[in-house]
Design a protein around this ligand. Structure first.
Ligand SMILES: [Zn+2]
Length: 444
């Protein structure tokens, strides 16, 4: 009898949670609030490089928007951020007769005003660049190892190539190179260059730029013919750090207000596009998830909080500042969910490996949003630092074949975002947040 009553109460609870998720779906798919917010963010503010006036505007915009979404305790968690600017007039010319499509990598130093002209030597790896020795001296080193196209997961292909972007300049400088060009981190066949963070290690700092794929192929062909000289001009600059902030807002828990479920994305972006998929999508999905819960009049047991993290792209200062804040807070971070893989159709959620079995019963309630499975993981750049504080980590994994066509390039714009697919991500986050709030004890 007792087991019958327990079963009855669990099934009743499951039904009502299921009904709530259906209500979230009906409202979400009717109103498409994430898209409306993303459209406003990308059209009125645009790109949001850390430390820029646009990033500062975006902080104010999220603050106001969270209030409109029904969040309480909207506030800012301050952090100092790096401030790098591209400058005007970046340029690359091959053999003094044709333009190459390039962009400075984020964090790069400038060339002298008159540019750097040198012969180009092609390599496929950091090791090869370091071992060039005298053959690299005074040259421009060109990193041309493409994404592995045989990998079905594009994030894995990215992971296999982006050491060239991040560490290429330092490796080439060891052989006395004067600059580096790096094949863009993409599988697209167009000529849009893709920027992204690079870092200097020990040694001389040399300028670094990305090449569009068609330009990379053209340069490689010229090298094979025996002569390739490039004149590179970059006018980027690193300015003093600027004050900035993460923005937070919440719905206070009715029974366990000190157990916090965080969800969010990063508000900063690179400068070439509008930061639509990366990561205006994640920020507006989290705001929309909170809006849906608020406007449906739902009263979560645990506190549900949105965080718009700052400076994911080139420093992670916002993630660190929020983790410091969480460390010193009296509340406990029960779970932390991040969306930073684009606003495409959801497919899966990464979740902390030790909770993988326990979340499986939730899967049927998430299928409407395209979620086919949970996979071990869940740690991303901004929620990751909350893992050691005990938060269960979740990361939205949408369909990924198009993400790197746009990522960090001029093509990361709102016209590449489908409103319903974006909303599916927002609703799946609202559903997970609600499940964590109401049934989180099942994960303990
Ligand atoms: Zn991102």
């Amino acid at each position: 009898m007792l087991s019958f009553l327990v079963a009855l109460s669990i099934s009743h609870q499951a039904t009502s949670v299921g009904d709530t998720i259906i209500a979230i779906r009906k409202k979400g798919l009717t109103e498409l609030g994430a898209y409306e917010m993303l459209n406003e963010l990308t059209s009125k503010i645009g790109a949001r490089v850390s430390g820029s006036p646009e990033a500062a505007k975006a902080v104010k915009w999220v603050h106001r928007q969270l209030e409109l979404c029904g969040a309480t305790n909207v506030s800012e968690v301050p952090c100092m951020v790096p401030h790098w600017t591209r400058g005007k007039g970046e340029n690359a010319e091959l053999n003094r007769n044709s333009q190459l499509s390039i962009c400075a990598l984020g964090g790069s130093v400038a060339t002298p005003t008159k540019g750097i002209e040198a012969e180009v030597v092609e390599v496929k790896s950091l090791k090869e660049a370091e071992e060039l020795g005298e053959r690299g001296r005074g040259k421009i080193v060109f990193f041309n190892r493409p994404f592995d196209p045989t990998l079905p997961a594009t994030f894995a292909a990215y992971g296999g190539a982006n050491d060239q972007r991040v560490g290429g300049a330092t490796a080439a400088a060891k052989s006395g190179a004067v600059a580096v060009l790096v094949r863009s981190m993409t599988l697209a066949k167009d000529d849009a260059p893709h920027t992204g963070a690079m870092r200097y290690g020990e040694g001389t700092k040399i300028p670094a730029a990305a090449l569009g794929i068609q330009s990379a192929e053209r340069l490689s062909a010229a090298i094979k013919k025996g002569k390739a000289k490039v004149k590179l001009t970059l006018n980027c600059q690193t300015l003093p750090d600027e004050p900035s902030a993460n923005v937070i807002g919440e719905i206070k828990g009715s029974e366990l207000p000190n157990e916090v479920i965080v969800m969010g994305g990063h508000l900063d972006s690179w400068d070439l596009g509008r930061g639509a998929h990366d990561d205006g999508a994640g920020v507006t999905q989290a705001m929309e998830a909170l809006r849906l819960i608020s406007q449906l009049g739902l009263k979560p047991k645990r506190t549900i909080r949105v965080v718009a993290w700052m400076n994911e792209e080139n420093g992670g200062r916002g993630a660190k500042a929020y983790a410091d804040y969480a460390t010193h807070a009296t509340e406990k971070h029960f779970a932390a969910m991040e969306s930073d893989s684009g606003g495409f159709m959801p497919r899966a959620f990464g979740v902390s490996a030790d909770k993988l079995d326990k979340v499986q019963p939730w899967l049927p309630m998430l299928r409407d949003f395209g979620i086919e499975r949970f996979v071990a993981g869940g740690s991303d750049a901004d929620n990751g630092p909350l893992g050691p504080l005990g938060a269960i980590l979740f990361a939205l994994q949408p369909e990924n074949q198009r993400y790197f066509d746009y990522h960090h390039s001029r093509n990361d714009t709102i016209d590449k975002v489908n409103p319903r697919e974006l909303e599916m991500g927002a609703m799946s986050m609202a559903a997970i947040a609600w499940l964590l709030s109401e049934q989180g004890d099942l994960l303990k």
